[in-house]
Design a protein around this ligand. Structure first.
Ligand code: ARG
Length: 268
């Protein structure tokens, strides 16, 4: 019998490769809930100035966040296997539209976390280096987000905002043309480990968040989840999307092994 975790990873990888750049623009009324970021709402221009679209060969594959004018952060699984080819990747900044507006910047170097494990998604984080001052804009709408302190705890049931252009249901695997966000609540670590016990559980380098009928989904990976202006995590994995039995799983950026590695590379 196949290990369930292995099956999930296969599903995740299949998900990424299924994300097509098809512009199925059904002209949803702005800022009304719809079925794409599983019942979130559309962002206003400038609402998420740190949000990036990570593109491989011009196609949106994941979200990312600005840490500084020459550093972005994303999930390791978004770049896994391609970390030696930074030239395949670009970052769109300063636009709530997935495929237009703002500006597109080349990635100069990729640093995958050395402890990243694709079998269980542990340490699912990567840093993307750009040219100096590439991730900034005279027009505003572009700004870095602050990182948590080393070891900063995440309390239970804290509201956190996750954003991205990802799918909002497994039955409708279409990317959103407009950036969407939703609010979820952090889940007690032991409870989450237990909820996901048949899927390998969660490590200390992960945390969970969930809310009724809303979640991140395929295509949101690598993107931000923030609480009170701090980037507490990165969209990493889940079992389906918005399943009432399975919280979404995020990379825990305050984990000392992750936070110290970020500081070492970026001085941030
Ligand atoms: N791994 C997915 C991606 O590549 C993100 C999954 C998040 N799923 C969830 N239910 N929160 O885009």
């Amino acid at each position: 019998m196949q290990k369930p975790r292995f099956a999930i990873v296969l599903l995740l990888l299949a998900g990424i490769h299924l994300i097509l750049e098809s512009s199925f623009v059904k002209a949803a009324a702005p800022r009304k809930p719809d079925s794409r970021i599983v019942n979130g709402r559309e962002a206003a221009e400038g609402e998420f100035p740190y949000q990036l679209s990570l593109r491989r060969q011009t196609v949106h594959i994941c979200g990312a966040s600005i840490l500084a004018s020459n550093w972005a952060i994303t999930a390791a699984h978004c770049i896994d296997g391609h970390e030696r080819q930074p030239r395949e990747f670009t970052l769109r900044q300063g636009s709530i539209m997935r495929s237009t507006g703002g500006s597109v910047q080349p990635v100069k170097a990729i640093h995958k976390h050395p402890a990243y494990d694709r079998a269980d998604m542990n340490f699912d984080v990567a840093l993307l280096k750009t040219a100096d001052r590439a991730l900034s804009s005279p027009l505003g709408k572009v700004a870095p987000i602050r990182l948590p302190a080393v070891g900063e705890a995440i309390l239970d049931s804290v509201p956190a905002v996750v954003s991205g252009w990802g799918h909002m249901s497994t039955s409708n695997p279409v990317l959103s043309p407009v950036l969407k966000s939703t609010t979820v609540l952090t889940v007690n670590q032991e409870k989450c480990h237990n909820d996901l016990r048949h899927h390998g559980g969660v490590t200390e380098a992960m945390f969970c968040a969930a809310a009724r009928n809303t979640d991140a989904c395929q295509g949101d990976s690598g993107g931000p989840i923030s609480a009170q202006g701090t980037l507490i995590g990165i969209v990493s994995w889940g079992v389906g999307c918005a399943d009432p039995y399975y919280p979404g799983v995020y990379t825990r950026l305050a984990h000392p092994t992750i936070r110290r590695w970020i500081r070492l590379l970026t001085k941030l």
